[in-house]
Design a protein around this ligand. Structure first.
Ligand code: F6R
Length: 610
């Protein structure tokens, strides 16, 4: 993970780098640093253990100034978070480098460089790269050639930004396995891990491709492809505005994002349905023909996106009569699996950069799937570019590390997919009309549910002193419970587990006592009575229940039961709706606990390492 920014300009680039880092902090935030070539052509560096705000403070105390610089916000992989492990790394005061990714063969390179007399000042995998460039420069004094020479020895994934005090108006950028964009200014250029970091300075971007190396000066940009041939890459004009990073008066991005779900869902449906029918071409030009041949679906994703896949699998089998299997990307990528005839491969990723999901997609492209489809929130991401079919969720940028609006819009996208595939498998025009109208009613339904925020906040007080929580659901609501448990653990640090309610008596019931809050999701469906029996088992063991129940489900509050009543919704849409109070519950528990909600410890938004 980690975020990198760089700039070559006439003006002082330090404010641009610091602002860029703040916007990239979702990628990692355990330490940060920047390096600038000053007016005497000396590389000056500041690094801190902690967040970009601390770097800003250090910088305010002793500012750096210069026209060429690089900066980094870190999510530790090799070496603990510390000042000495923070980037930029510098070799012999000549070369400074920032890196996002992992150098897999760093151990052997380190041994070779130690023998060549290099002293290591960090525990990172990155330091071998900056040393390697320095070594190569002793043979060929051109920084571009030195970078070319060095990367031939690297194994792994890396986006790099490199500056050289002997060639101070030049920045070299490399992209292999980790994202990197170039921002185009007027007489100035920038690099960053994503466009978001550079929106205050430009709207014009070039997305580097795998293996590209860019030689950047104030007034020129030359891009070399993986075969070292000069190449042209298209310029894209972003429609995002710089203030998308604004909290809009909310205390946290996560809360803003939870409350923006009605709009995000509406945006994700806009132009995707027409006269109560799904516009299948929104999945890609070829989608209609591919979908008409699909006999099975394989879904692969990580974390919250995986939970969206699990819910979709239930819909796919029940509504579209199509066999659907869901798998965690980090498992799928290393497993031999059998591809049945006419299977569509679907990967789900908010960021479109998750390393495991990307590797799974690359594996799938080598296998006899009928096609690959990405459901993604970032238009220019690697996963969307690598996939044959693409459906973009229009959730808008999600900044809080815990995924909320991305999840509910993924579910909307997946429901549209189920209808589209179902058209050839028993979903009638009338069914489709009903489904589409139900989807269109969702923004209003979510808005109504958000009005219950105070009740959920009150409920949250019961969790703040607890160390564990159980989440129960059945059928499509098991993944909803899993998502609720994931939200609680990642932002409040309370250990939370989700179970199929029917599994309780097969083990986890042993955990239940008065200190174990048990959360249950209880829509009014064919499994309600079964669920109620499972909840009786909890009550009999003095477990305190927190139930999100349909208002007609006849689940009543008592001393040991807290109930939030939810108005009745069509069963297939209910997983989308019932997710929202669980997001709010996790949020308010984390607020009470004073946790760092938008940037929980040890996590990062975009998991671009394995
Ligand atoms: C949890 C969360 C993560 C992500 C996972 C996959 O709130 O956000 O579990 O869902 O890291 O990320 P994407 O969807 O970007 O592939």
């Amino acid at each position: 993970m980690c975020g990198i920014v760089g700039a070559v300009a006439q003006r002082d680039v330090s404010p641009i780098l610091l602002e860029g880092l703040k916007r990239l902090e979702y990628r990692g935030y355990d330490s940060a640093g920047l390096a600038i070539v000053d007016n005497e052509n000396v590389i000056q560096r500041i690094r801190v253990l902690g967040k970009v705000n601390q770097l800003q403070q250090e910088h305010d105390n002793s500012p750096l100034s210069g026209g060429t610089g690089i900066a980094h916000t870190r999510w530790a992989t090799h070496g603990k978070p510390s000042v000495s492990n923070a980037h930029p790394h510098i070799c012999r005061e000549k070369i400074a480098l920032v890196h996002n990714g992992i150098i897999e063969n760093h151990e052997s390179l380190r041994q070779q460089q130690k023998q060549a007399g290099f002293e290591f000042k960090s525990e990172t995998d990155t330091e071998v790269v900056v040393n390697g460039i320095y070594q190569a420069l002793q043979i060929n004094p051109d920084i571009l050639e030195a970078v070319f020479e060095t990367i031939t020895r690297l194994e792994g994934a890396y986006a790099l930004g490199v500056i050289n005090s002997d060639d101070p108006k030049r920045l070299i950028a490399v992209r292999k396995g980790s994202p990197l964009v170039i921002g185009i200014g007027i007489g100035e250029y920038f690099i960053a891990s994503d466009v978001f970091a550079l929106l205050p300075v430009t709207q014009r971007f070039i997305f580097l491709e795998e293996g590209d190396v860019a030689d950047i000066r104030r007034d020129s940009l030359v891009i070399y492809d993986k075969n070292r041939k000069v190449t042209e890459r298209p310029i894209n004009v972003s429609e995002l505005s710089a203030d998308v990073a604004d909290k809009a008066g909310y205390r946290h991005y996560m809360l803003k994002e939870i409350f923006s779900q009605p709009d995000a869902i509406a945006e994700s449906l806009k132009n995707r349905v027409d006269e109560d029918q799904v516009v299948i071409s929104e999945f890609g030009q070829n989608a209609e023909s591919v979908f008409s041949q699909v006999k099975a679906v394989k879904i692969v994703a990580c974390g919250t996106s995986y939970h969206a896949g699990l819910i979709a699998a239930g819909w796919m089998e029940e509504i579209a009569n199509i066999s659907c299997h869901v798998e965690i990307a980090s498992e799928f990528r290393y497993r031999k699996s059998v591809v049945t005839e006419s299977t569509l491969f679907v990967c789900i990723s908010q960021s479109g950069e998750t390393a495991d999901t990307l590797a799974a997609l690359q594996k799938a492209k080598q296998e006899p799937y009928i096609s690959t489809l990405a459901i993604c929130n970032v238009a220019e991401s690697t996963i969307t570019r690598e996939s044959e079919l693409v459906f973009l969720t229009h959730a808008g940028p999600e900044i809080g590390v815990a995924s909320t609006k991305a999840f509910t819009t993924q579910l909307v996208a997946l429901f549209l997919l189920v209808i589209a595939i179902g058209r050839n498998n028993g979903v009638s025009k009338e069914d489709e009309n009903i489904f589409v109208r139900q989807l269109e009613s969702l923004p209003g339904r979510v808005n109504q549910l958000l009005l219950h925020k105070d009740e959920i906040e009150a409920m949250a007080k019961n969790f703040a002193d607890k160390h564990h929580a159980l989440f129960l659901g059945r059928g499509s609501f098991l993944p909803v419970a899993m998502e609720g448990a994931l939200k609680l653990k990642e932002i409040s640090y309370i250990h939370a587990e989700a179970y199929a309610a029917g599994e309780l008596k097969h083990g986890p019931l042993a955990l239940v006592d008065k200190d174990m809050p048990v959360v249950a999701v209880a829509p009014n469906n064919h499994l309600l009575e079964k669920l109620k029996s499972n909840l009786q088992e909890v009550q009999a063991r003095e477990g305190k229940l927190f139930i999100f129940a349909d208002k007609n489900s006849e689940v009543e509050a008592s001393d040991s039961v807290v109930v939030l009543k939810i108005s009745t919704i069509y069963d297939f849409m209910a997983p989308i709706l019932y997710t929202v109070p669980l997001q709010l519950l996790a949020y308010y528990v984390a607020v009470i606990k004073g946790a760092d909600i938008d940037q929980p410890r040890n996590l990062a938004k975009s998991v671009t390492v394995e």
